[in-house]
Design a protein around this ligand. Structure first.
Ligand code: GSH
Length: 208
């Protein structure tokens, strides 16, 4: 259907952030679930749209393809500003931009290189080191982010933004909730506030 977005997604992946954003923005869309790492027609199509083979990959109603979640969030905000995915005042926007880029430019790559380190031509020993070093680096980044927010109840104040959507998805990943509860309780509090919103809760449920 030409009037809708197609989100190429995998269960439990960062595509859930964009699924939440599309739902909150009330934009017509369909979700195509694929096993993003498994050779086959789903991955072949993904690779034809996004040479990195990553999800989320978003096909816009006019057929244009977007391959970066932060760009998708900013685009969805352009199309549906009433959803408030990006704050409107200058100070909050500055904090938002900083956190958004930390999430996609610092946190996400620790998974890119740590999740399947053997894909980078490493032997078992080197792969184990890369995984453990990227896990350690991620914990440092989260602890830095913890100092940047004061949830009230959302990461940037009384209104939910796209930062909360990333937190709702990414705090479920390594090192997991138990670690966040001990080391980053503010990030977890913002996560739990976001999870109270029905559209967010539905996507979390579908991705569990
Ligand atoms: N910078 C991308 C990262 C997306 C990403 O790494 N997605 C993971 C799944 S959660 C993936 O596709 N990993 C496979 C790979 O990087 O080869 C974004 O923010 O959208």
């Amino acid at each position: 259907m030409p009037d809708e977005y197609e989100l190429i997604a995998s269960k439990g992946c960062g595509s859930a952030v964009i699924e939440m954003a599309l739902a909150l923005a009330s934009l017509p869309h369909r979700v195509t679930l694929i096993p993003y790492l498994k050779p086959g027609p789903g991955r072949e199509r993904l690779l034809s749209l996004n040479p990195l083979g990553q999800v989320p990959t978003l096909v816009r109603p006019d057929g244009a393809v977007m391959t970066e979640s932060a760009a998708m969030v900013l685009h969805i905000h352009d199309v549906a500003p009433q959803a408030g995915l990006v704050p409107s005042d200058v100070d909050r926007r500055a904090a938002f931009f900083n956190l958004l880029v930390v999430l996609v430019g610092a946190v996400y790559p620790t998974f890119t290189f740590g999740d399947e380190p053997e894909h980078f031509g490493l032997d078992d020993a080197a792969a184990a080191i890369l995984r453990s070093e990227s896990d350690t680096r991620r914990m440092r980044i989260w602890q830095h982010m913890e100092t940047l927010i004061s949830p009230a109840p959302y990461a940037l104040g009384s209104a939910l933004t796209a930062i909360d959507l990333y937190l709702a998805v990414m705090t479920a990943w390594r090192p997991g909730r138990v670690w966040f509860a001990e080391h980053c309780p503010k990030l977890l509090a913002a996560t739990d506030a976001a999870a109270q919103i029905p559209a967010v809760a539905r996507v979390i449920e579908r991705n569990a």
